[in-house]
Design a protein around this ligand. Structure first.
Ligand code: XIL
Length: 299
């Protein structure tokens, strides 16, 4: 028997899930989530469009609902996310240059002040690199404010809440041979060399037929950890939820002392942003799938 969170805790790690505030009234959902996980990431509630819907007017109601549910049920919380090209409020989408840069800084300060001392990690910057073979930054309004926007975000975040681990988070950086992985690795190496405050790298791990799991994921985790940052699997889901892949990811994390834990991106398949892929550990009826058993066994 046992639970995912309990098994992960045996090695000092956590096993978390993305939690949606709108589902907290669903007893089947909260009973599984309350039992199995010891870490929570708000799926959408701490993103810029949720927390600063109008410029300078912060809104923490939904984020607080998820945070309070987590704490009342004994779970730690990862903040997600402060600076991102996506899910920006409309007013931010329309900004650029110095006004956007200042708005980003104000946003980080406003949100981190509200949650100061409460969150174990923050995804400070999300998805800043381009897909494909370029190894370049992703074009976005934030990137167009200047290449230093990421380090400004991290320096701002460190000053705002010195107690939170500050993470860079991205997808398609799990495979060590991919250009995007190497580009993020180079940035983290540079940040560590220059003293830019970064504590962790989050590997989203949305595995599917286009971006499949590869056995070199543990090489990636180990290589980043060797730079002096923690690593975490932050948004795990796998098309078809093959039991072997889930066990492999768990074993990869366990093989790296600086791997803090694993978060799956939802509870039941029907809760998933990619529900058509049935990528999670519980089916729509809340039954444990083979991947659940295999990942629990690996922990
Ligand atoms: C997704 C949520 O799951 C959806 O509900 C929302 O509509 C879009 O965002 N990478 C991330 C997450 O960092 O924030 C995304 O979450 C999934 C991809």
């Amino acid at each position: 028997e046992g639970t995912l969170g309990g098994a992960a805790a045996q090695s000092g790690r956590y096993f978390g899930a993305a939690i949606a505030s709108g589902r907290l009234g669903d007893g089947a959902y909260t009973s599984i989530a309350g039992r199995e996980f010891n870490s929570v990431t708000p799926e959408n509630e701490m993103k810029p469009d949720a927390t600063e819907p109008q410029q300078g007017r912060f809104s923490f109601a939904a984020g607080d609902r998820v945070y309070n549910w987590a704490v009342q049920n004994g779970k730690q919380v990862r903040g997600h996310t402060l600076a991102w090209h996506s899910q920006q409020p409309g007013w931010m989408q329309n900004l650029g240059g110095g006004a956007l840069r200042q708005a980003m800084v104000n946003h980080i300060n406003g949100v981190m002040a509200h949650y100061k001392g409460k969150l174990v990690q923050w995804d400070v910057v999300n998805e800043a690199f381009a897909d494909g073979s370029s190894g370049a930054r992703r074009d976005s309004n934030l990137q167009r404010t200047g290449n230093d926007w990421i380090e400004v975000a991290f320096r701002t975040a460190r000053a705002a809440d010195p107690g939170a681990k500050l993470c860079y988070n991205d997808y398609n950086i799990e495979n060590w041979t991919w250009a995007k992985t190497q580009a993020v690795y180079s940035m983290v190496k540079d940040f560590k060399q220059r003293g830019v405050p970064i504590d962790c790298v989050g590997f989203q791990s949305h595995f599917n037929n286009d971006s499949p799991y590869d056995g070199n994921f543990r090489t990636t985790l180990r290589s980043f950890a060797a730079l002096g940052v923690d690593v975490a699997v932050t948004e795990l889901d796998v098309q078809g939820a093959p039991a072997t892949t889930y066990a492999n990811v768990a074993n990869d994390c366990l093989s790296v002392p600086r791997c803090l834990g694993i978060t799956v991106w939802g509870v039941r398949d029907t809760d998933s942003w990619r529900s058509e892929q049935s990528p999670l550990l519980f089916d729509g009826n809340g039954n444990k799938k083979p991947a659940y058993t295999s990942v629990l066994g690996a922990l």
